[in-house]
Design a protein around this ligand. Structure first.
Ligand code: FES
Ligand code: FES
Length: 159
């Protein structure tokens, strides 16, 4: 049996029906159509499905959609504002921090959660923020450098 569910998605109200026990990843992709959210392991171990729920990173594959009722969800699809890329998106491109790109939406959202609360992180804080996100391609250093570059962009936006 499906139940109605509504929440804010990237600053817009959305409403749909979800099976009892449905996870947020499946609801976002299949019911809402936000294909920026990727699934990898569906077991809470790879991090590629990371989205923000009320500003905090959550693994959407192991998050019950029902607990998101009335809450604010952010995904990589909401990072860009019109033609303006988020500083993280620009920095990932400039630093070649995405190769196959499979981990990238989750990396971006884990990093966004960090920069939203701490726009001047240390390297160690960046590593800690993305330590649950597996990347098989980049060796992580370009990603860490990109997040530190993006932090400067976020600070400039706020100045
Ligand atoms: S798909 Fe959610 S942690 Fe891997
Ligand atoms: S860029 Fe390929 S898994 Fe990270």
């Amino acid at each position: 049996m499906k139940t109605p569910i509504q929440f804010r998605l990237n600053d817009e109200d959305v409403a749909t029906f979800a099976e009892a026990g449905a996870n947020l990843l499946d609801v976002l992709r299949e019911a809402i159509g936000d294909l920026s959210v990727k699934g990898g392991c569906w077991q809470g171990t790879c991090g590629t499905c990371t989205v923000l729920v009320d500003g905090a990173p959550h693994l959407s594959c192991v998050t019950l959609a029902e607990i998101c009722m009335g809450r604010s969800i952010e995904t990589a699809a909401g990072l860009r504002r019109g033609a303006d890329l988020h500083p993280l998106q620009s920095a990932f491109a400039e630093r070649f921090a995405a190769q196959c790109g499979y981990c990238t939406p989750g990396m971006l959202m884990a990093a966004k959660a960090l920069l939203d609360r701490n726009p001047a992180p240390s390297r160690e804080e960046v590593v800690d923020a993305i330590c649950g996100n597996i990347c098989r391609c980049t060796g992580y250093e370009p990603i860490i450098a990109a997040v530190l570059d993006a932090a400067r962009g976020v600070r400039e936006r706020r100045a």
